[in-house]
Ligand binder design. Structure first.
Ligand code: ZN
Length: 107
C-alpha cells in the first residue's frame, strides 16, 4: 500500500487572492449610463483582464478574406450542398432528360 502524502498537492491556485472590493472594475457603460461596477474578469483564451461576463460581448467574426476562408473551411462538412455540387447535379439532370427525350423520339 502507498503511504499517504504528507505535503498537500500543489497545482493551479483556484481561489481568490487579495481584497475583492479592490479588484479592477468592468467600467462598461450600463443602460443607466453609469459605469458597470462588476469586477473585471480574465478571458480564459487570451488571459487578458477585459470586462465582466455581462459586458464582454461576442466575437464579431473574422474580417479579412483569409480569416473568412479559414472559418468556411473549418465549417465545411462534405460539400453535397455546395454551389459546385448543385451545378454538377443540374448538368447531370439535364443530360439525363435529353437522353430520355431522345429515346422516346426513337420509339
Ligand atoms: Zn460589466
Amino acid at each position: 500500500m502507498k503511504p499517504v502524502p504528507v505535503k498537500p498537492k500543489r497545482g493551479i491556485f483556484r481561489g481568490r487572492r487579495g481584497e475583492p472590493s479592490k479588484a479592477p472594475r468592468c467600467g462598461a457603460k450600463t443602460r443607466r449610463g453609469t459605469p458597470c461596477q462588476r469586477a473585471k474578469e480574465r478571458n480564459p483564451h487570451t488571459g487578458h483582464l477585459k470586462k465582466c461576463r455581462l459586458h464582454g460581448g461576442l466575437s464579431s467574426g473574422p474580417k479579412t478574406a483569409e480569416g473568412r476562408a479559414r472559418i468556411a473551411a473549418a465549417n465545411w462538412r462534405h460539400g453535397k450542398r455546395s454551389k459546385a455540387a448543385k451545378e454538377a447535379r443540374r448538368v447531370l439532370r439535364e443530360k439525363l432528360a435529353a437522353l430520355k427525350a431522345k429515346t422516346k423520339e426513337e420509339q
